[in-house]
Ligand binder design. Structure first.
Ligand code: FES
Length: 141
């Protein structure tokens, strides 16, 4: 196994699926507030995290992401009513699959934030980057 994971200079590539409402707005708020978060976090917008598909998540890893996470509206506040709960269920399913195929479910996560929570968005980006840095690069690469 590579020891790159413990190398502080290793910058993981992270794919983030956000809904176009609170999820994306929180990233936008972070930008407007000039909050720094790791630049290797690549955002992909979905109409709702309920559109998150296990296939999209696996595809992101296949394409070389070292980590993936989903950012949606707070539970109870999804613009598509319960889409975020469906998204959460898919993330849980995908985590199990990642464990089974040896990639590790801890490379995947989901967070719920409201649109004004720019600092929380930046915090999750830091937190996931740090976690993936410890885990090391995607072994599929
Ligand atoms: Fe944001 Fe559904 S619209 S999670």
């Amino acid at each position: 196994m590579s020891d790159q994971g413990h190398n502080k200079t290793y910058e993981p590539e992270i794919t983030v699926f956000t809904c176009i409402y609170c999820g994306y707005m929180s990233a936008d708020t972070a930008g407007a507030l000039r909050l720094q978060y790791p630049p290797n976090v690549k955002l992909i917008r979905l109409p709702c995290t309920g559109k998150t598909d296990v296939g999209y998540i696996l595809r992101a890893f296949e394409m070389g992401a070292d980590g993936v996470y989903v950012v949606g509206c707070p539970i109870g506040n999804c613009h598509h009513v319960r889409g975020n709960e469906r998204g959460q269920a898919r993330v849980e399913r995908a985590k199990k699959l990642l464990d089974e195929i040896g990639l590790g479910g801890e490379r995947l996560n989901i967070f719920f934030v409201s649109g004004g929570m720019g600092a929380t968005f930046a915090h999750h980006a830091e937190e996931m980057t740090e976690r993936i840095r410890m885990l090391g690069p995607n072994p599929l690469k």
